[in-house]
Design a protein around this ligand. Structure first.
Ligand code: F6P
Length: 547
């Protein structure tokens, strides 16, 4: 069945949602609290050990009813079913987006094109587990017989952000004598940083690239290959380099033994791939059993998405809140603020997931969208951000909806740190919502001449997402899947293809041409605008090349 999108502004409930938004825009969040004593209960949702507190959003229970109606009219349920059914929901690339199959338990059936993909998924997971165990136990040795002490993951975008985010999030579960390093940028400084102090004889390099053609990754892979072979000889590649890719030919051409390649499939998008073979560094770090827990966490959230009614479906609700804040209230950005240092790279991970998925300008049929799509997502861990950009959150002229994430317990007890962290999270959410009025400041004795500067108007929406327990693989899997499915929900409402990324292509093509011009032995014919041509000449001159 062909996948088609319905225009957001032509859905039957759209005008009712707009009228409701106009009505609410004149009421403060404080007024909404005062008007409904049951608000906290009505706007707090819980599932799979996650609590979603939407009470501080500028919404009422009726808002969610209207948004859920909109989601139904947009065909969200059908699209969820289509995704799980292996249909080509990635319309512009004519592919399935079947990341849910990556975490399907052994024996479950997930079909695309009439073929059950789960046996292949587990076949690769088994091979990954074998390698991970051998590296962890010391059975896998390098060319000189030494055990592996450092794993370097070379990759970019989806082949980097998820593995690095997970490595930081789950660092407590990684053996002390195993180090993970991540090499992403084509900037040589990054490669030099990664190689600094490392002994190639004790290093395993993972080249992670779905396409195995990405300029940054291939450049870095060749640099580290030369570093290894320079120290240990050509034969050492087989003991020190493995590949994660869908491009077996490219891997073979690079010189990595097919035995050392772990595959995945075109229905796994880069930003949806941290639980595929791309997760090999994660599996080596935490071990196959814990990686299984991570997958089980993903699967639990998949099942929640598939089976929970839309009214209580956490990723759906989060997606609808995005649409509300973006399209009805007009907020152009969203801040993700993890109150968990383990999630230090979660905002960066979500930037790709959200903005590469939903930063789109046309609908599925190629016609322009008439509404805003993805907000700009940004963020830093709390409490650090409080002493930097939170000033703008509290008193700036742009309203930034905030998402505050936290775990009920710390990974490791340390005095009162966790309680102080949680106190700050709650304090920020309270300050954003309710602010501090001039009268309150006067009552507290603030000098009159400072009152205007000190007033915090409040009325700034936020969501709290509280995860039961301490961060662990299962919880991380649930959290990532939650956001994957939020992106899906938003994309369906916006009528766009959340699974393609054509916008990144042009810059890649231009960089290829310019690279040739920068390095040519003779001055290239000017082929760009005058400003770019001038900079090409300047950069050539700076490198001593004729201009
Ligand atoms: O440039 C965008 C992109 O294609 C991402 O979607 C992807 O995650 C990244 O590049 C890396 O691609 P690959 O895994 O093929 O090297």
């Amino acid at each position: 069945m062909a996948i088609a999108a319905r225009a957001l502004d032509e859905l039957p409930s759209w005008e009712a949602v707009r009228a409701h938004a106009r009505e609410l825009s004149g009421r403060t969040i404080r007024e909404l609290f005062d008007a409904d004593p049951a608000r906290a209960d009505a706007l707090t949702f819980e599932a799979e050990g996650l609590l979603l507190d939407a009470t501080r959003q500028r919404i009422t229970p009726q808002t969610l009813e209207l948004l859920v109606a909109l989601a139904r009219e947009a065909g969200l349920q059908e699209r969820i079913a289509a995704m799980f059914g292996g249909e080509h929901v990635n319309v512009s690339e004519d592919r399935a987006a079947l990341h849910v199959a990556l975490r399907a338990p052994r024996g479950e059936r997930v079909l695309t094109g009439g073929e059950d993909v789960v046996p292949d998924v587990h076949g690769v997971l088994d091979r990954m587990a074998d390698l991970a165990e051998r590296v962890r136990s010391g059975a896998w040795v390098g060319a000189t017989g030494e055990r592996i002490r450092t794993v370097v993951n070379i990759g970019i975008g989806g082949s980097y952000l998820g593995p690095e985010m997970a490595a930081i999030a789950l660092a407590a579960q990684t053996p002390d004598d195993l180090e993970l390093r991540f090499l992403s940028n084509v900037d040589g400084s990054d490669a030099l940083r990664v190689m600094r102090g490392l002994d190639p004889a004790q290093t395993l390099v993972i080249v992670a690239s779905k396409t195995f053609t990405t300029l940054e990754t291939m450049t870095n892979a060749h640099t580290l290959r030369a570093w290894i072979t320079g120290a240990l000889g050509e034969e050492a590649v087989g003991r020190h380099m493995v590949a994660l890719s869908t491009n077996a030919e490219g891997v073979a051409a690079f010189g990595i033994d097919p035995e050392n390649m772990f595959g995945f499939w075109d229905w796994v998008g880069g930003r949806y791939s941290m639980d595929s073979a791309i997760g090999l560094s994660t599996m080596i770090a935490i071990g196959p059993a814990a990686f299984g827990e991570l997958l089980a966490g993903f699967h639990a959230m998949d099942e929640h998405l598939r089976t929970a009614p839309l009214e209580r479906n956490l990723p759906v609700l989060l997606g609808l809140l995005s649409v509300w804040n973006r399209n009805l209230l007009g907020h152009p950005t969203v801040a993700v603020l993890p109150y968990a240092q383990e999630l230090a790279r979660f905002p960066a991970y979500l930037q790709q997931l959200e903005m590469e998925s939903n930063g789109k300008h046309v609908m599925l049929d190629g016609t322009p969208v008439r509404w805003e799509t993805s907000p700009v997502l940004w963020g830093e861990p709390g409490t650090n951000g409080q002493h930097s950009f939170h000033q703008l959150l509290h008193q700036g002229t742009e309203i930034v909806p905030a998402e505050l994430l936290a775990f009920t317990r710390p990974v490791q007890e340390l005095g009162d740190h966790h309680d102080l962290l949680m106190a700050n999270l709650l304090g920020q959410a309270e300050a954003l919502a309710f602010g501090r009025s001039a009268d309150e400041l006067r009552a507290l004795g603030s000098p009159e001449e400072q009152i205007a500067h000190r007033v915090c108007a409040g009325d700034r929406p936020s969501t709290i997402l509280l995860v039961d327990g301490a961060i662990a693989p299962h919880a991380l899997g649930r959290l990532v899947a939650l956001y994957e499915h939020r992106a899906l929900t938003e994309g369906v409402l916006w009528g766009i293809d959340s699974f393609d990324q054509w916008g990144v292509e042009l810059g890649k093509v231009l960089a290829g041409t310019i690279a040739d011009e920068l390095t040519a032995a003779t001055p290239p014919a000017p082929s760009h605008d005058p400003a770019t041509n001038a900079l090409v000449r300047r950069l050539r001159a700076a490198r001593g090349r004729p201009v």
